[in-house]
Design a protein around this ligand. Structure first.
Ligand code: GDP
Ligand code: IMO
Ligand code: MG
Length: 421
């Protein structure tokens, strides 16, 4: 069976959770392939808000199976809290969740280093969930993984290596004492007991499920512009966030992912620092933040807001091979008289539609806009045809610019507020 992926086209928070909850009827299994508790995917069950961080948000649907793939970072303490909180809200998820034994762990000292490094290096505006330090530990091959808990010798050996490596960093770079080895290990062992029966080889599971005809949805976290290799480096997260990442990090053949839904917010947002050419640092940006309730689902930080950037979105479509687009939060642009869309950048006096590579070019990029007449969104649309003509013109423009069809239009945060084209 083909796999389909839902990927953010911006700097995260495009409304992936909402789109996944809408598509949930179409699949049996939902798999996360990267990131960790830095993600915050919001879904609504009737009018009740639920935010998923490490657990795939597709589990909001009662009959689905969730996978946390081999490259997802596991913060066991936060994962246990997340599972318990969601279950208290009446959705059983633990028994439907599988965690790969290969997953690297976020340890308490990774979160501490994340904080210290923010001060030392100057702010990137990370979520302080230990993501950068934990992935650094992993790629340095010094990390502790979930499977190490299955055997005391592996656990002690691997934990010592990670602890030693991070203690040197803490002492040398930040002048901090080594973390308390014994108490960390004791806690970790307790946490592992809670998740032990959920640990499997998800690579085997997912490939077997595929052979057995199951529909598998891949849930991206963050967005293409936050990709470690292809995003606005160094203002990025520390994992591969694109559809290509999904294939290598879940252990599935790339050609199998043949439906790739790019989630595009009708305007742009970014949390944390970094270049953002269409940012509106004025009353309009503030108004978008208020109307769109643009506050981080994980950290509650106010999100920076601005106009839709098609230059960046086109790049995101290209690097992901997006086959269809879901536009979200169209309702937030309702009643704005003139709507701007960025169709080129001007960098050092030169107009371009190519994305900058160097960070100084990124910061120098000035948006070139096309302006469109506004529209009013009403609540009772039954189909795409009912939408206002001015909005249809904008959607057509977006499709032509991105050379990709818009198939889903979200006009409110609830699951039912959706139209298909
Ligand atoms: P994700 O990280 O991509 O899943 O997105 P977040 O959940 O962090 O942020 C998206 C926010 O927008 C959430 O609060 C959603 O409830 C909300 N949202 C999603 N789609 C729509 C929409 O079409 N209209 C409005 N008004 N809100 C939406
Ligand atoms: P979802 O999945 C928005 C941002 C942080 C920071 C940068 C690096 O909800 O879309 P990190 O903690 O990953 O080292 O932070 O990446 N960031 C996100 N921004 N949505 C997210 O996830 C994000 N995950 C990380 O704000 O700028
Ligand atoms: Mg989010």
């Amino acid at each position: 069976m083909p796999f389909f992926a839902v990927i953010g086209l911006g700097w995260g928070d495009e409304g992936k959770g909402k789109i996944i909850s809408v598509l949930s009827d179409e699949f049996d299994i939902v798999a996360r392939f990267q990131g960790g508790s830095n993600a915050g995917h919001t879904v609504y069950i009737k009018d009740k808000k639920v935010v998923f961080h490490q657990v795939p948000s597709g589990l909001v649907h009662p009959n689905k199976t969730g996978i946390m793939g081999p490259y997802e970072l596991i913060d066991m303490e936060l994962l246990i809290k997340e599972i318990n909180d969601i279950e208290k809200g009446g959705i059983n998820i633990k028994e439907r969740l599988y965690i790969d034994g290969r997953c690297p762990l976020v340890l308490p000292y990774h979160k501490f280093i994340d904080e210290l490094e923010e001060e030392k290096r100057g702010l990137l505006g990370t979520t302080k969930r230990g993501i950068g330090p934990a992935y650094s530990d992993f790629t340095a091959r010094t990390a502790l993984r979930i499977c190490d808990f299955k055997n005391d010798r592996d656990l002690n050996e691997r934990f010592n290596i990670s602890w030693e490596w991070n203690s040197i960093l803490l002492g040398g770079r930040y002048g901090q004492p080594p973390p308390d080895k014994k108490s960390i290990l004791e806690k970790l062992k307790k946490h592992f007991e809670f998740i032990e029966d959920r640990v499997i080889d998800t690579v085997e599971f997912i490939n077997k499920s595929d052979k057995n005809g199951k529909n598998i949805l891949i849930e991206g976290a963050q967005g293409a512009l936050l990709d470690i290799a292809l995003g606005t480096y160094p203002y990025v997260t520390s994992s591969h966030t694109t559809s290509g990442g999904a294939s290598s990090l879940l252990g599935i053949p790339p050609y199998k992912i043949n439906r790739i839904i790019g989630v595009l917010k009708a305007y742009a947002t970014r949390v944390g620092k970094g270049p953002f050419p269409t940012e509106c640092r004025d009353e309009f940006g503030e108004a978008l933040r208020k109307k769109g309730e643009e506050y981080g689902a994980t950290t509650r930080r106010p999100r920076r807001c601005g106009w839709l950037d098609l230059v960046a979105s086109k790049y995101s479509c290209m690097i992901n091979g997006v086959t269809e687009i879901a536009i979200t939060k169209i309702d937030v642009l309702s009643d704005i008289k003139k709507i701007k869309i960025c169709t080129a950048y001007e960098i050092n006096g030169k107009k371009t539609e190519a994305l900058p590579i160097s960070i100084s070019d990124w910061f120098n990029a000035k948006p070139v806009y096309e302006t469109f007449d506004g529209f009013e969104i009403k609540k009772d649309y039954k189909s795409f045809d009912d939408l206002p003509e001015n909005l249809k013109k904008i959607i057509k423009f977006v499709e032509e610019y991105l050379n990709t069809p818009v198939k889903i239009i979200s006009i409110g945060k609830e699951k039912s507020q959706i139209l298909f084209k």
